[in-house]
Design a protein around this ligand. Structure first.
Ligand SMILES: Cc1cc2nc3c(=O)[nH]c(=O)nc-3n(C[C@H](O)[C@H](O)[C@H](O)COP(=O)(O)OP(=O)(O)OC[C@H]3O[C@@H](n4cnc5c(N)ncnc54)[C@H](O)[C@@H]3O)c2cc1C
Length: 306
């Protein structure tokens, strides 16, 4: 219920204005977002890489409605990749890209062209790209674009969401050699017709999907903060004899950093997903919807008179 309210607020421009102008918002945002500028992203990446973590960088921006906005997003990724390579931060850092930010909502071919340019720049920088997954209406289109990109850039990563009923079957399709697949639970509000609704059903699906990926031939990327899923991931890694070069854990910037350090200290590959940019609102609201405990922290920002 609370999750639905927060996700509804994530689409409200009135709530966005209220949140953006609240006194402590900056501090809350800083906990989950590296900063607004490319330099902020580089600084955060340097700290994480020096701590033994791998990184994937996400330039925030979702409501792209014009080709000009899509091109600006593409150009930001091209600039970022050049800077990462120049700073010696590749291949430790890769990039995560939302096709909606590249024009998918109004022109799938444009989104493909933009994504292709980013894949080529990543390749030249010695790293790769993962295509984030958005709501279920975009799944087919995103997997179709992924298939086209993988013809020239086979290391392009996919994301599959365990809450979708279709995902076990997608995992089977994508568990082939060289296929990088991030498995997450899923962050959008989806109808019962396409998605499991209870935590228990989503968790069970996550484990089934993890079993398929970890027993398959691809490169699984287990994106979760859930201690139970992480423990099962560690168990499957032992069971299927997967060392740190054959799968990885992924977590979000600012979430369970001690656990990220613990896993890296034990020799696992751990990648931190680092968002940056001005358009942090939708991202922040999805994080709050996942963990209403963060609302206490956030509520102070809204009501503070300071
Ligand atoms: C690297 C990465 C990339 C992602 N990419 C996508 C994507 O492309 N598309 C998409 O739809 N979603 C994406 N997500 C979000 C994902 O789908 C989930 O919404 C999000 O990760 C929450 O699910 P969870 O597995 O972490 O655990 P949850 O089910 O939210 O929580 C389970 C347990 O994990 C622990 N936990 C969770 N959050 C916290 C916290 N903040 N602090 C302390 N403990 C916590 C708690 O013990 C909690 O009970 C991504 C997530 C990650 C980590």
């Amino acid at each position: 219920m609370l999750r639905s309210v927060i996700l509804a607020a994530s689409r409200s421009s009135q709530v966005e204005r209220l949140v953006a102008t609240a006194p402590y918002t900056r501090d809350v945002v800083r906990r989950f977002v590296a900063g607004a500028a490319t330099d902020d992203a580089l600084r955060a990446t340097r700290v994480l890489v020096d701590d033994g973590l791998a990184v994937t960088l996400d330039h925030l921006g979702e409501d792209t409605v014009t080709p000009e906005q899509a091109t600006a997003t593409r150009d930001e990724y091209l600039r970022l990749l050049k800077m990462l390579a120049g700073a010696g931060l590749t291949p430790a850092a890769e990039v995560s890209v939302k096709l909606s930010a590249l024009g998918q909502m109004f022109d799938e071919q444009l989104a493909y062209d933009n994504a292709r340019a980013i894949c080529a720049a990543a390749d030249a920088a010695g790293t790769t790209v993962t295509l984030d997954m958005e709501d279920h209406t975009t799944t087919d289109s995103t997997l179709e674009v992924l298939g086209r990109l993988r013809k020239d850039f086979p290391s392009t990563g996919a994301v599959l969401q365990a809450y979708l009923r279709r995902t076990e079957s997608d995992c089977r399709e994508l568990a082939y050699a060289g296929s990088r697949v991030r498995l997450c639970k899923g962050a959008y509000k989806e109808p019962e017709s396409v998605a499991y609704q209870s935590t228990r059903d989503v968790d069970r699906s996550y484990v089934r999907c993890m079993n398929i990926l970890m027993s398959g031939d691809g490169y699984p990327m287990l994106a979760t903060h859930d201690p139970r899923m992480i423990a099962i991931g560690e168990d499957r890694a032992r069971w299927f004899d997967r060392g740190p070069e054959r799968f990885e854990f992924q977590m979000l910037y600012g979430i369970r950093p001690e656990e990220q350090a613990r896993l890296a200290g034990e020799g696992y590959t751990v990648r931190t997903y680092v968002p940056y940019g001005d358009e942090w609102y939708g991202y922040l609201m999805r994080r709050l919807a996942e963990r209403p405990a963060n609302l206490v922290f956030f509520g102070r920002a809204l009501i503070s008179k300071k």
